[in-house]
Design a protein around this ligand. Structure first.
Ligand code: UGA
Length: 443
């Protein structure tokens, strides 16, 4: 099949590469000429395990092409996937200007029947608006062409996106048109071989499903973080509580790891956007508002522990904290809404210096804190510890799980660890002679 994919971010590029891998001819459109030029040479601008290889192979074999022209991209395509960004506005609502701009350009360039597929995360009602934007453009051109707009939200996780795309739990297709549903079923048949993996529903239900899924997962995280805060106060250990509740298959073990609060480009934005949508319909979403609030509070729990610890020792002014992990989670260089940044801001505001390390997110962090003399990013894990009064572990990269504790002790000023991801065993840390503070356990 011939596809056009507009937007070469995480969702667009991963979808394009995986569709091409299954033998489809895919033309990707991006407004950034530099990104397009690099992709043509097989150079991928985002860090996503396994993606480089698939992009390179399919580009070399001619199934994956890149252009800055939507006209060219759409020329032979039956499907036009919209995979552009939907950032949050300052009030929490979703900025749809990129999506609607693409809608206009589709209307301006359409020459024959197209199925326009919204893959970006968009509020309920966006597909209807897209339909009218495209229709207006066609009317302005004085042409009458048939087209369809469907919702097909993406459920991929950064760091595991290729795998999620190739082996999805489910594929959700929102359309009221039976023929369009059949065409999408055919397109997805290599990924969702079992028929019940492909779920067809109305456009609005599909748009809502995306938000409901992310908000459910965000709720699980805020729930366990709330429990962890209570555990700390009552003298329980949240790690045991997690196993105790996760063993009930109705609850499950996944997404109940307490930590630094959820970050990234999806959960914080999507929870806020659904709150906003709900308020537009004059319904106060009390649970979602609390999920968001609990998450904002959680991002300051570790800095609170650090400030409290150093208070009797004259505070943190002039002291240095080593930080391991800057990305919002492991296996990505993405630092959007990263808990590490909140930690850095909290502590440098109190006069502490930080020396940070991350396996891949160093460059993005340097950009964020450029010119701040209190923030240093180093390229080696143990170098971050030199002269530091303590170590804070913020992202759960595998290389932090079993470090050389003797080397840490030798390098750092005092054997003191604040662990925002509960990577180590408190009793083992005690045996090694570390003062150890983690999440959800009485200090
Ligand atoms: C999330 C969803 O998991 C995907 O299904 C969805 O498609 C995607 O958003 C999206 O809407 O595009 P992602 O943001 O890549 O994917 O990351 P997650 O792995 O879900 O992690 C989100 C945040 O929650 C991270 O900060 C992570 O550290 C935190 N988290 C996750 C916890 O604190 N505890 C957990 O138990 C799980």
């Amino acid at each position: 099949m011939n596809l056009c994919i507009v937007g070469t971010g995480y969702v667009g590029l991963v979808s394009a590469a995986c569709f091409a891998e299954m033998g489809n001819d895919v033309c990707c459109v991006d407004i950034n000429p530099e990104v397009v030029e690099n992709l043509r040479k097989g150079k991928v601008h985002i860090f996503e395990p396994g993606l480089d290889e698939i992009v390179k192979r399919n580009t070399e074999q001619g199934r994956l092409k890149f252009t800055t022209s939507i006209k060219e991209g759409m020329e032979h395509a039956l499907f036009v996937f919209v995979c552009v960004g939907t950032p949050s506005k300052p009030d929490g609502s979703c900025d749809l200007s990129f999506v609607y701009q693409v809608g206009k350009e589709i209307g301006q360039n359409m020459q024959d029947y197209k199925i326009v597929v919204d893959k970006s995360t968009v509020p309920v009602g966006t597909a209807d608006k897209m339909r009218s934007i495209i229709a207006e453009e066609l009317k302005a051109r004085g042409v009458s062409l048939e087209f369809d707009v469907v919702s097909n939200p993406e459920f991929l996780k950064e760091g595991d996106a290729v795998n999620d795309f190739l082996k999805p739990d489910r594929v959700v297709v929102g359309t009221e048109n039976v023929r369009t549903a059949e065409l999408l079923k055919a397109l997805y048949s290599p990924f969702a071989r079992s028929r019940d993996k492909l779920i067809v529903m109305s456009v609005r239900s599909a748009e809502m499903t995306k938000y409901a899924a992310n908000c459910m997962l965000a709720t699980k995280i805020s729930f366990i973080n709330e429990i962890s805060n209570i555990c700390e106060r009552v003298g329980a250990d949240v790690r045991d509580v997690r196993v105790g509740i996760g063993s009930d298959h109705r609850i499950g073990y996944q997404f109940i790891y307490p930590g630094m609060g959820y970050g990234g480009s999806c959960f914080p934005k999507d929870v806020k956007a659904l709150i906003d949508t709900s308020r537009q319909y004059e319904f106060e979403p009390q649970l979602l508002a609390s999920v968001d609030e609990v998450n904002n509070r959680q991002k300051h729990v570790l800095s609170g522990k650090i400030l409290k610890y150093f208070e009797p020792q004259g505070g943190v002014v002039g002291k240095t904290l080593a930080i391991w992990g800057l990305a919002f989670k492991a296996n990505t260089d993405d630092v959007r809404e990263a808990a590490a940044f909140e930690l850095i801001r909290d502590l440098t505001a109190k006069g502490m210096k930080v020396r940070c390390f991350d396996p891949v997110a160093g460059p993005n962090t340097r950009k964020e804190f450029a010119g701040d003399p209190n923030v240093e990013v180093v390229d080696e894990q143990y170098a971050a510890l030199e002269g530091a009064a303590a170590l804070a572990v913020v992202t759960e990269w595998n290389q932090f799980r079993n470090p050389d504790f003797e080397r840490i002790k030798k390098t750092i000023k005092a054997p003191l660890i604040f662990d925002g991801r509960n990577l180590y065993s408190p009793s083992f840390m005690g045996e090694l002679g570390f003062a150890y503070f983690c999440i959800g356990r009485k200090d």
